[in-house]
Design a protein around this ligand. Structure first.
Ligand code: GLN
Ligand code: ZN
Length: 749
């Protein structure tokens, strides 16, 4: 007798805790203020809270092993023994080896960090060397399963599936394609499944989201073969293959074809999945887990519409369960703690905890009918519209997205800025010190007034300017001390945005962000950054960069309204930023950086959808940056990703200078830029700021020499990979000193 899947489930749940307890514990552990047992106790408490919350909500299929100290892809790497040698020779404990892979240790660089599909979550890229021997070590999954069982809760362990694991991996130096190791790795999964079954696991969830990307016939055949093999095992739990973030295309029939027991499909981001299911014909003996509740956005579900979709699926399969479209990792934990949101907005929102209730309601509706489902909400209030913004947008012409010719701009800028070859700069933020956070907390608590707060921030700006002058940097920044977060800072000042109090979402490791919610038309109420930049510029003759967050990134790191095309929302943001660039220029700022670190992140996962996105994304950036004169230098900054696919769009942004993450990927991006004839300024990051390691002099010089080989020195900028706000002053000073020294060595040679 096999246990049925259940009626309702979620594919994953936030693991950081309602008050970011995990972040605090992990960071305390890194700082040495708590020990391993204390960290483990906090973690176990958080896991128990999640399982109990899910059970109390009457969810009847509960996942486990969705907890992670840092990243679930890293957890899977450990579970299959994919630990590169360089982390194993330090004699560290299991836990410290794990953190070493995430953060680097001594001279060993960390694994590469990159975006998880089209979300703002980052995973650590597994490295697969040819001589790596996989080994099954599912201890974490087994431990969590046992922990939940001890609480009286039966769970379904979750692992990244073998095909996706290898498709996300990269070869280590001179090794072959990781995907070629799929046969070996499947053996390890077979072993793991056997051990799970021995421990009493009845269902396992294997995530294969990589198949919502374009995949070759070979990759799809391999997927089919993997699940034929795993489903053919004698001793195993029932297998649920979960997919999310889009359409499965030809992978859908391939998975249905294999004798797995359950398949999860995203019916929010993957509309076409429904037609594919229908085309597959009656699905005998299979459970379809219908992702009907959006796990990637915070709007309440139209439950009646979702139930209708669910009913269509019910007509196709023997058994249907309801789930979120993806893990709830991507939304905040609980709406009910938010006390300051406009009630009209509050009524339209659902966070993780509320989405669980939606899933449960839908599960019931599929069984008992839709009579008990609430009515859909009325359309948004008229006050959320802004007629003057709409008029301005309607009147735009292509000239509003076009600057003068680059050669003339470059000459005008150089005449004004007189920069040396290999100019040095940073990406914007300087360390967010405990004092800065304290000032913000006091301001919020009302124990520090606005004037006192501004005075402390100005003191910090002055400190940062003096430090940069002393270090000998060429283009300075004000350090962004007044910004808690590069998107939220603007969100707080725009019309049409709302900010939550506790709406934290994990971005990577212990880093969490609190994305604002764009619910209405966007407009700038007043200048937002001019005072800070102008003050910084008043302190020094060297150019100070004005610092803005670009429209694409503001959308990517917010929860965006879905009642109008994203392109329109992006243009509204762009117009507000354009006004800001003009005000900065008028205030004497000669260089303005408009950050677009998320340009690649929201790239649609399927090629066929990418052009339309890149067109509006580039258009919005250009709208934001074309209002200034030729001699104002526009920079942009991109990070965290593989840029290959968006390289022509980066060129099309038409920024005068592009700083770009490069140190973890060893400058490969420069070749990509050279290949498409990119001919403007570029600053490949020569210091990986995601790790606390100070790079050696030789490392920085080496990186710069590699860069000079690909880009002439007149166009090459010297800068770190990203902003410095997560770092401490000692490593920032030491590293920037290296950077300036390396620039002068390479200039002289
Ligand atoms: N200007 C921002 C900073 O320095 C850019 C951060 C980012 O790219 N994520 O913090
Ligand atoms: Zn960055």
């Amino acid at each position: 007798m096999t246990t049925p899947f259940g009626q309702s489930t979620v594919l994953g749940y936030p693991r950081i805790g309602a008050n970011r307890e995990l972040k605090k514990a992990v960071e305390a552990y890194w700082a040495g203020t708590i020990d391993t047992p204390e960290l483990e106790t906090t973690a176990a408490g958080l896991r128990a809270e999640v399982w109990q919350a899910l059970r109390n909500a009457r969810l009847d299929a509960i996942p486990s092993n969705t907890f992670s100290y840092y990243d679930h892809v890293l957890d899977t790497a450990v579970a299959v023994g994919a630990i590169p040698d360089r982390f194993e020779r330090h004699g560290l404990s299991e836990l410290d080896t794990y953190f070493a892979m995430a953060r680097g240790v001594d001279a060993e660089p960390a694994l590469e960090l990159t975006k998880w599909f089209d979300t703002n979550y980052h995973y650590l890229v597994p490295e697969i060397a040819d001589d790596l021997t996989f080994r099954a070590q599912p201890d974490k999954a087994l431990r969590e399963f046992a922990e939940a069982t001890a609480l009286g809760i039966t769970t379904r362990p979750v692992l990244v599936g073998p095909a996706t694991f290898l498709l996300l991996a990269k070869p280590s130096e001179s090794s072959g394609r990781p995907f070629d190791r799929l046969g070996d790795l499947t053996d390890i999964y077979a072993d793991i499944l056997g051990r799970l079954a021995d421990a009493g696991v009845e269902w396992v969830q294997l995530d294969e989201p990589a198949y919502v990307n374009d995949r070759s016939a070979e990759e799809i055949d391999a997927l089919r073969a993997v699940y034929h093999r795993l489903a053919g095992l004698e001793r195993r739990p029932q297998i649920f293959v979960a997919t999310y973030f889009g359409e499965l295309g030809d992978a859908l029939p391939a998975l249905l074809d294999s004798p797995i027991e359950a398949l999860g499909v995203d019916l929010v981001a993957g509309e076409g999945n429904l037609a594919r299911l229908a085309a597959a014909g009656p699905l005998r003996g299979k459970t379809i887990v219908a992702g009907l509740v959006d796990g990637h956005n915070i709007w309440r579900t139209d439950l009646r519409a979702a139930a209708a979709t669910g009913a269509t699926v019910t007509g196709l399969a023997d058994h249907v369960a309801v789930s979120t479209s993806c893990s709830l990792l991507h939304v905040p934990v609980d709406l009910s703690v938010e006390k300051c949101l406009d009630p009209e907005l509050y009524a339209r929102l659902a966070f993780a905890r509320q989405k669980v209730d939606e899933v449960v309601l839908l599960g019931k509706a599929l069984r008992d009918g839709t009579a008990h489902l609430p009515e859909p909400l009325p359309p948004a209030p008229a006050a959320w519209r802004n007629a003057s913004v709409r008029d301005r947008l309607a009147a735009l012409s292509p000239a509003d997205r076009q600057r003068g010719a680059y050669a003339e701009r470059a000459a005008a800028q150089q005449a004004r800025l007189a920069l040396p070859d290999l100019p040095t700069t940073t990406i914007g933020s300087f360390p967010q010190t405990a004092e800065l956070r304290k000032a913000r907390a006091e301001l919020r608590a009302g124990t520090l007034d606005q004037a006192g707060y501004a005075a402390r921030m100005r003191a910090e700006v002055e400190h940062v300017i003096r430090l940069q002058e002393a270090l000998g940097l060429d283009v300075l920044v004000h350090g962004e001390p007044e910004r808690n977060d590069m998107v939220q800072y603007f969100g707080d000042q725009f019309d049409g945005f709302a900010t939550t109090e506790l709406g934290w979402v994990q971005s990577y490791g212990s880093r969490c962000v609190r994305p604002p919610i764009i619910y209405g038309d966007v407009a700038r109420k007043a200048a937002m950054t001019v005072e800070w930049s102008a003050y910084a510029q008043s302190l020094t003759p060297r150019p100070v960069k004005g610092m803005l967050t670009g429209p694409v990134t503001i959308l990517a790191w917010s929860f965006v309204r879905n009642d109008q095309p994203r392109a329109d929302t992006a243009d509204q943001v762009a117009l507000a930023l354009r006004d800001e660039t003009v005000d900065l220029e008028t205030a004497g700022i000669r260089v303005i950086q408009v950050d677009e670190p998320a340009l690649r992140e929201t790239l649609p996962l399927r090629k066929a959808d990418q052009k339309a996105y890149l067109d509006w994304a580039v258009g919005a950036f250009r709208l934001a940056t074309s209002g200034v004169a030729d001699d104002t230098q526009i920079h942009t900054h991109l990070c965290y990703s593989e840029f290959g696919e968006v390289i022509t769009a980066i060129d099309a942004l038409d920024a005068d200078v592009t700083s770009i993450e490069a140190s973890r990927s060893k400058m490969e991006v420069l070749d990509d830029l050279a290949a498409i004839g990119y001919s403007r300024g570029v600053g490949p990051g020569v210091w990986d700021i995601h790790s606390p390691r100070v790079p050696s002099h030789d490392e920085v010089v080496g990186a710069l020499r590699r860069a000079v080989a690909a880009v002439p020195a007149q166009r090459l900028w010297v800068n770190p990979d990203c902003g410095l706000k997560t770092r401490g002053y000692p490593e920032v000073e030491a590293s920037l000193k290296r950077l300036v020294a390396a620039a002068s060595v390479v200039r002289g040679s």
